[in-house]
Design a protein. Sequence first.
Length: 166
Amino acid sequence: MKIRPEQAGDQAAIRDVLIAAFADHPHSRNNEHTLVDALREEHALSLGLVAEEGGEVIGYIAFSPVTVAGEKCGWYGLAPLAVRPDRQRRDVGRSLVKAGLAALRETGAAGCVLLGDPDYYGRFGFARRAGLTLPGVPPAFFLALAFEDSQPAGEVAYHPAFDSCK
C-alpha cells in the first residue's frame, strides 16, 4: 500500500471510496463526497491523501483549515477519513491518519481537530481538550491534538462548506 497526495484524475475514485465507506455508517448523511467536492471547489482542501494499492484508490483522508474564536490559528480539521469497505480493518485508515498528521506537522500546523470516536482517534493522541468547543455536537466526540505546547481556546468553526453539506 502506498500513501500519496491526491492528484488530478483521482476525484472519481475518491468519490467512489467516500460513497462506499459511508453508505451504511450510522452517523453519516452520505454527503461526504459532496463535502470534499465543495472543499476542492472553494480551494479549502489543504491536504488530501489517498491510499493506493495495485493502482486502485482504497482510502482517503482530507484536512481543511478551521478557525478558533473566529481567528485563523494554524489549526486544521480532519474530515472525512474513508476506507473502501473491503479494505477496512487492515490499517489503511491508521496509515492515512499517521501520514496526514505528519504532513500537517511538516507544514508548521499548530494542531488538528475532529469529530469522531475517542477510542479510535485516541491512539493518535487526540483527546477532549478543555477550552475548545464545537457547537451542536456531544463534547465527548469533539477531539483535538496540539502540535505545539500552546493551544487556542474558543469555539471552533469548520469551513462553510461543512454547513452547506448538512
